[in-house]
Design a protein around this ligand. Structure first.
Ligand code: V0D
Length: 245
């Protein structure tokens, strides 16, 4: 950690770290375009930022990190770009599995993974399987994820379960949550979106109902420990302000 980061770190209350942080990792393409590089270079650098952010989040004591890696809308990108993106999960585990094990990180997936290419399904299932007994931070990758589709999937499952008698009576918030991909996980305390856009973009619509939203202009490949600490500090300041009222 550099001096600027250490200074911020000292400001942060270790008792009040957001337990669940979700991130919309935006701006890889713009980062590459500004440097005159092809888009895939932005994605490649984006994976490096995933690596460092996983380590930094775990070091900070964040309990759950949820990363929006690929949305159901991302299929509309050029085929070559989609193909490149689909190679990333396998590459990620090839290089990162030892460190994930060392840091005791458990990988989980949210989204409609059944509709991903076979080799991607295998890579992510293997990664989740190999890390399933780790007891440290939960690293949740949202892959082929869309929140409205998730809500409809949940509704349709509830209809099915009601018809077969497995689900009885009125549906409350807890029952509804248990039908979502995020079943068993607490809602995010903090959502971070990089690259200047201030939208939720069909990400965790139900789960973000009470979350603090933090937007930064920094492109995802440039997102560092410093920016994570700024976001956590901002989160803590907002919480403190609430406490005073
Ligand atoms: C590119 C920025 C890690 C966003 C981050 C398939 C776009 C880097 C993964 C990954 C992507 C996903 C699941 C998993 C392990 C790793 C990833 C995609 C894109 C889309 F189990 N980075 N990453 N997946 N990028």
């Amino acid at each position: 950690m550099n001096e600027r980061e250490q200074e911020l770190k000292n400001k942060i209350d270790p008792e009040n770290i957001p337990h669940h942080v979700a991130i919309i990792m935006d701006g890889n393409g713009r980062w590459a375009a500004e440097k005159g590089l092809p888009r895939h270079e932005g994605h490649r650098q984006g994976v490096e930022t995933v690596r460092s952010t996983v380590r930094n989040s775990s070091d900070l004591g964040i309990g759950i990190l949820t990363l929006f890696a690929f949305s159901t809308e991302n299929w509309q990108r050029p085929v070559r770009e989609v193909n490149y993106l689909m190679s990333l999960p396998e590459k990620y585990f090839q290089t990162e599995l030892p460190e994930l094990m060392r840091n005791n990180v458990r990988v989980r997936l949210i989204g409609d993974s059944k509709r991903l290419p076979r080799k991607v399904q295998k890579a992510v299932n293997d990664g989740a399987e190999k890390t399933k007994n780790n007891t440290g931070m939960v690293l949740n990758f949202a892959l082929n994820y869309g929140s409205r589709a998730e809500i409809l999937m949940a509704v349709n499952k509830m209809i099915e379960d009601a018809a077969s008698g497995r689900l009885k009576g009125k549906i409350n918030e807890n029952i509804f949550s248990s039908y979502l991909y995020t079943a068993g996980l607490p809602d995010p305390d903090l959502l971070i979106r990089t690259s200047g856009e201030q939208r939720i973009s069909n990400f965790l619509l139900w789960q973000l109902a009470y979350s603090e939203l933090w937007f930064t202009d920094v492109y995802w490949p440039d997102f560092s420990m410093f920016h994570l600490l700024v976001a956590v500090d901002g989160y803590q300041q907002r919480k403190r302000r609430f406490g005073k009222i």
